[in-house]
Design a protein around this ligand. Structure first.
Ligand code: PLP
Length: 404
């Protein structure tokens, strides 16, 4: 069976983790701090806070920014449930918008139409690793009319004076837009280092801050480090200094710090990330070459004049099929010992959100994309021979279900 997305764990990773285990320092410490610095440098952002998952990092972030009851956050209907769940837990309303025809990302005109005086943030999701239209989103939130109706509730919101632009960059570590890492184009970008993501720490995530000048990023970093560790004024490392035991808690915090065991994996991953991207890109190109000539196939956009994907998901679409036919094709692919996946069941199709009044009929493009798409295996260790087997399996399955 060709797996869908196994992590790249080898002797190098195992050695790095063993070193941390032997060092006696296994929670947040020097490796985590180094990982944060290297992420900031790699992404070109002002500061980075490592956390134990995208989800908990985002939860703390929404709390810190003062988003809650009565507020609205705009996000695409086409994303993983975590993107919307955190907004529900914050007590705010997820306002879903439909996606573009040409890619899987949120449609900026739909975002514009969804903005109200209650809108506090836009959560743009780089689906599959392809960056959203951050320039257009920035222009939009800076339009005098949009800025004029913004009503801040907190000092931070007042200081920004406009809607906060968040990037759900769970898929897009290393993606590029206009010569910059796309994470640097949002006010705050949030990564996931879950086992299936491009860069993994087994479980983990990071918040990358790139707020406008005037925000004190050192102070924000210190505040966030406190917030992710119970609100405690000193972390475990600071408390190891002789006699330095006393601490205070000014506000009850959360608990979602990254450990040095996780950071050790991340540092290895980051060190060889370009190799990973290059291999992924080569696999994308091979899939493109194989499917571009099939009239039943639509291949995903991954590289344009000003954008380059992180090549996280190869989302092929089978033109004009029904959801049932797509499911039958997936079954046939698995029969040939190839694992594929669907990214994603749109939010309005999940019971939790149907119960909250969302309906997929309001998001026709999200449904069309979802019902026709299949994600193919893409990872560093996938060999050329295996890529060939995936291609054969897809072609055979399509012929079997649709005829030729
Ligand atoms: C994986 C994923 C998340 C959640 O990441 P965790 O680290 O598992 O919390 C959020 N958004 C998207 C788009 C994802 O794919």
């Amino acid at each position: 069976m060709i797996p869908f997305s196994p992590p790249r764990i080898d002797d190098k990773t195992i050695e790095a983790v063993s070193e941390v285990l032997r060092s006696g320092w296994i929670t947040t410490g020097p490796k985590t701090k180094q990982f944060e610095k290297e992420i900031s440098a790699y992404c070109g952002v002002k500061s980075t806070v490592a956390v134990n998952s995208w989800t908990m990092g985002m939860q703390v972030l929404l709390h810190w920014w003062g988003i809650g009851e009565g507020d609205e956050v705009i996000l695409p209907a086409y994303t993983y449930c975590a993107s919307a769940n955190v907004i529900v837990h914050a007590g705010a309303k997820p306002v879903l918008v439909d996606i573009n025809e040409e890619d899987f990302n949120l449609n900026v005109d739909a975002v514009h139409a969804a903005i109200t005086p209650k809108t506090k943030a836009i959560l743009a999701v780089d689906i599959g690793g392809f960056p959203c239209d951050y320039n257009t989103l920035r222009d939009l939130i800076n339009e005098p009319e949009i800025k004029g109706q913004f009503s801040p509730n907190t000092d931070l919101q007042k200081q920004l004076g406009r809607i906060l632009l968040l990037s759900d960059a769970a898929h897009s570590f290393g993606a590029i837009m206009n010569g910059q890492k796309s994470a640097a184009l949002a006010d705050i970008a949030t990564f996931s280092f879950h086992a299936v993501k491009n860069l993994t720490t087994a479980e983990g995530g990071a918040l990358c801050f790139n707020l406008p000048d005037g925000f004190d990023h050192d102070a924000i970093y210190r505040e966030m480090c406190t917030k992710i560790l119970h609100g405690q004024s000193k972390d475990a490392l600071a408390k190891t200094k002789k006699g330095n035991w006393r601490y205070d808690v000014e506000e009850p915090g959360f608990k979602c710090n990254m450990t040095d065991i996780q950071a050790a994996i991340g540092l290895i991953e980051l060190d060889r990330y370009q190799e990973n991207l290059d291999r992924r890109k080569a696999i994308f190109n091979t899939y493109d070459a194989a499917f571009a000539k099939e009239d039943w196939a639509s291949t995903p956009i991954h590289t344009t004049e000003n954008k380059a994907s992180s090549y996280h998901l190869y989302q092929i679409r089978i033109n004009n099929v029904s959801e049932e036919q797509r499911d039958a094709i997936i079954q046939e692919i698995f029969e040939q010992d190839v694992s594929v996946n669907v990214h994603f069941l749109p939010i309005p199709m999940l019971t939790a959100y149907m119960k909250r009044g969302y309906s997929i009929s309001d998001y026709p493009e999200a449904y069309r994309k979802y019902s026709q798409m299949i994600s193919l295996p893409v990872y560093y260790d996938l060999s050329d021979e295996q890529v060939g087997m995936v291609i054969e399996a897809i072609k055979n399955a399509v012929v079997k279900v649709l005829g030729s």
